[in-house]
Ligand binder design. Structure first.
Ligand code: CDP
Ligand code: MG
Length: 691
């Protein structure tokens, strides 16, 4: 049967999946089919008409119906990107901006960064040819500082508006104003940034939740458009009794589904990276005890801090015959859709950050989800067919949940956004048209903090140049202030490294400095720099990357965050050089550097008590040094810190030992500042417990 064999081998060759041409065109075809199958596909014409007719449109649609990936492409095809204009799409999370831009670039069959790109803080892949720009809401807000009218955009889509992040809330109000201004300017009488012609702005608010009313009302009865989702039935299960340990309960449920239920992937909602990684390990361990043929369960993690190549793994189908179990934070509720999910396990909890303006303290707590979140979570099981959702709490507890999550603006430190609003020329913060107003005390506290940091004048106006400079830097105000001071203390290079390391949240093992965490960060960064410098001769980018990874591994430092820190350093060094700062170094004079830290972080100082605990000077809170700090054991008399967090206890972290006398110097300056501060503008006496 030689002929037969030959025939089949020819056939095989023709169908060889490894042939790049064949695989590319079949991939393209698959993508085209997928796009056509999305519920939004049949709405293209209606949607475009609705956008043309309405300046503000609220689009509501079931998660996975294709809003985020398809609508921008529809707009592009309908000519909204002519004359170099862009469609901007904001996301509350970096990871969503990243994964979605990658997906859309793939759908358009273009390299990322050309027609389709993403931009998030410290990582901008867009170019002058980018027309569909996915970005975080924070990034767009920052862009408004440079181009007030956002004149490069013909359409701005605020996606995932129901998440109500503080940046989304500020954008919702700001864009209302920008839209009004742009339509008043009309057909290009005035010109925006860099002389661009200003045309009217279309605004689209997209939301997955049921609650679109709030947005329609806020925009004076704006038109809403519903994209019909394809939602299959989902059977909901609750536990009979409350679970004492939801991690344990989640683990049991995963294995129960795996052994008893038909094929289909599992999506488990947990609270954060550490928990997810530990469940991943536990699943692996438990699998080892199962018979060989029952081991086909593939745990995959997804959370914001995960490197992007690993994030993409959850989108790939599980190998035939096996089942994926995706361990996710609330990111998988609405921002991303993972194909193949048929079973959902809902821990019923989420990690939420809250801020107490009176204590100046952030709390990161595991709290119950809202009803809307629980419903959204179970919906994930019914995307592709009938599904099941297992909630690890009794039904009666579901009815006790809050209806929806409190907007972030009501529970966060406002100093950053208020500084940005001031820089945008919005002076009346209390009277600003927020969709939900933050509390007066939170506003007052933030204004007072900004004043103490030198960003605002005595009558609460943006201080020039310090406030302007601080607003321009993509950093927390206190870090920007540290850079400005460091310029005066001649240790700007050291402070740039410190701030980059703090912003990248790097680990700090191994190069412990007795003075504290900041100096430890500094030496980690510099040791690596020296190491790379010595090997500069063998320089190729790949080689440098490899060297860096090896060094990090040998020294127990996370290479990804250190790389991130180096990128941040480069970017903010560029920023301060643009501002005309000369990046000088204090050399070995670490005293100057520590004094500069004290002057920068004076609002975050703590003093040791008789019993070994610390008192945070500003709020009077009793706090503990976090066990991961290099000063955990030595317990110096007085420290400045970067973070005050409540987890199991009130912890301060990222510390440096300082001399209490240095604080007195700062306090003198504050007293002087405060005496000039316009008291009718604010009531800030509580901030001064330090003095
Ligand atoms: O925004 P919405 O939730 O309506 O949907 P989308 O994010 O546009 O996603 C539409 C579909 O694209 C989803 O059902 C996913 O199956 C697919 N998708 C994907 O396969 N990979 C991605 N990285 C993003 C989306
Ligand atoms: Mg979406």
């Amino acid at each position: 049967m030689a002929q037969g064999e030959l025939k089949s081998s020819v056939l095989n060759r023709k169908r060889n999946p490894k042939s790049p041409v064949a695989s590319r065109s079949s991939k393209r075809q698959k993508i085209a089919e997928h796009r056509k199958s999305l519920p939004i596909a049949s709405e293209e014409e209606h949607l475009i008409k609705a956008v043309q007719k309405n300046d503000i449109l609220i689009i509501v649609g079931e998660t996975g119906s294709g809003k985020t990936t398809q609508l921008p492409q529809f707009l592009f095809n309908a000519g909204f990107c002519r004359e170099g204009k862009m469609v901007g799409i904001t996301q509350p999370r970096r990871i969503a901006a990243l994964t979605i831009a990658k997906r859309v670039a793939e759908e358009c069959d273009v390299p990322l960064g050309q027609k389709v790109g993403y931009a998030v803080r410290f990582d901008d892949t867009t170019s002058s040819s980018t027309r569909l720009k996915y970005m975080t809401d924070g990034f767009l807000l920052r862009e408004a500082l440079v181009d007030r009218l956002l004149s490069r955009y013909s359409v701005i889509i605020i996606d995932e508006a129901h998440e109500r992040t503080v940046h989304t809330d500020v954008l919702l109000a700001l864009l209302k104003k920008v839209q009004r201004e742009r339509s008043e300017i009309g057909g290009g009488v005035l010109r925006g940034c860099q002389g661009r012609k200003v045309s009217p702005l279309k605004l689209i608010i997209m939301s997955a939740s049921l609650d679109a009313r709030v947005f329609c009302d806020y925009y004076g009865g704006a038109k809403d458009f519903h994209v019909e989702g394809r939602q299959f039935d989902v059977d909901i299960f609750y536990t009979v009794h409350p679970e004492t340990d939801y991690v344990d309960a989640a683990l049991n449920t995963i294995f129960q589904i795996h052994s008893e239920e038909e094929e289909g992937d599992i999506l488990v909602f947990l609270t954060g990276q550490e928990e997810i990684e530990s469940v991943e390990r536990l699943v692996q361990e438990k699998l080892q005890h199962l018979p060989e043929d029952e081991r086909k369960l593939l745990p995959l993690a997804i959370f914001s801090a995960l490197p992007s190549e690993q994030q993409m793994r959850v989108f790939a189908p599980a190998p035939i015959g096996s089942r994926k179990v995706v361990l996710a934070t609330n990111i998988a509720e609405t921002s991303i859709t993972i194909p193949g999910i048929r079973y959902v396990v809902d821990s019923g909890v989420v990690k939420a950050r809250t801020y107490d303006p009176n204590k100046g303290m952030e709390t990161l707590d595991v709290v119950p989800v809202s009803k809307a979140q629980a419903i959204q979570r179970s919906g994930r099981a019914g995307r592709e067919g009938y599904g099941k959702s297992f909630h690890l709490y009794p039904e009666r507890d579901f009815w006790k949940l809050e209806d929806s999550t409190k907007p972030e603006i009501k529970r966060c430190n406002l100093s950053n956004v208020i500084l940005q609003l001031k820089a945008l020329g919005i002076d009346d913060i209390v009277g600003f048209d927020f969709i939900d107003k933050p509390s007066r005390s939170a506003i007052v506290k933030a204004l007072a903090e900004l004043h103490l940091l030198g960003a605002l004048t005595d009558d609460c106006k943006l201080a020039k140049p310090a406030g302007e400079q601080m607003a321009r830097l993509p950093l927390k105000p206190v870090y920007s202030r540290a850079l400005i001071l460091a310029n005066q203390f001649n240790c700007l290079e050291e402070m740039l490294i410190t701030v980059a390391m703090l912003s990248a949240r790097t680990s700090r093992n191994h190069f412990v400095s007795v003075e504290g965490d900041h100096l430890t960060y500094l030496s980690v960064y510099r040791e690596l720099d020296e190491f790379l410098e010595e090997r500069k001769a063998e320089n190729s980018e790949a080689k440098a990357e490899k060297n860096m990874r090896k060094w990090c591994k040998d020294n127990f430092v996370n290479s990804r965050s250190l790389k991130h820190a180096r990128d941040i350093y480069r970017q903010i060094r560029g920023n301060v050089e643009q501002m005309g700062f000369n990046v000088s170094s204090c050399g070995d004079d670490m005293l100057e550097y520590r004094k500069c830290l004290a002057a920068s972080f004076f609002l975050k100082a703590a003093q040791r008590q008789m019993d070994g605990t610390y008192r945070a000077l500003e709020s009077g809170e009793i706090v503990h040094i976090h066990p991961s700090s290099v000063l955990f054991r030595s317990k110096p008399e007085c420290v400045i810190f970067d973070e005050l967090m409540q987890t199991s206890q009130k912890y301060i972290n990222n510390l440096t030992r300082i001399d209490p006398l240095w604080l007195a110097e700062s306090a003198l300056i504050i007293t002087k500042q405060m005496s000039d501060f316009n008291a009718s503008c604010l009531n800030t006496t509580s901030v001064l417990s330090l003095v």
